[in-house]
Design a binder for this molecule. Sequence first.
Ligand SMILES: [Zn+2]
Length: 100
Amino acid sequence: MPRPPFRATTYHRYAASLFGIDGVILMGHKIVIPAAFQQSILNALHAVHQGLGAMCARAADSVFWPNITTDIARTRNQCAQCNRSSKVKRHTNTNQCHPS
Ligand SMILES: [Zn+2]
């Protein structure tokens, strides 16, 4: 049995802010993304390996689902490339703080 695109109980507290146009659910100016497409949106938000702040800023302008900020943080924290890069930057910063 296919999963419903939206769980009514999850969105109940946002009900006053939600409306639909041509089959698309909106909350304000943001598109409410069904669960089946959320990972694709997260991948797009992190496509250029931006940090958490930049990803959240991009999302805030365009998309919404409950707990989106938690999902964005998880996506960033699970990115091996970003984690390797941040370790190099920390190591570099440490060296800059203690010049020889
Ligand atoms: Zn990354």
